[in-house]
Write a protein that binds this ligand. Sequence first.
Ligand SMILES: [Zn+2]
Ligand SMILES: [Zn+2]
Length: 102
Amino acid sequence: MIGSTSPIVTQSRGTSDVDLNDTSRCPLGVRCEACGAEEETLVVRTLGCPRFGTMCLTLCPLCASTTILPPVAAATAERLVAQHCKHLGIDRDAMHVALGRT
Ligand SMILES: [Zn+2]
Ligand SMILES: [Zn+2]
């Protein structure tokens, strides 16, 4: 298998700035959210959705290496974004503020 997943770049400068792509506190799921594969090398990836915000998904290396988004229902996206807000320790308002800055 190819382990060519590039490391996630974390920016540690500025404590007031929220890094929406920070996955250090995101729990790893048991299988890939896109294809359902149960691998030992799953990774958590963030996914920016302009409508809902940034969410995190557990993906296998194969799915993580593509840019194709898994089909996520609106209600699921809402839930995933809300969960990721909790991982980041922010609320939805703070996320929207952070999104608006980029
Ligand atoms: Zn997958
Ligand atoms: Zn998360």
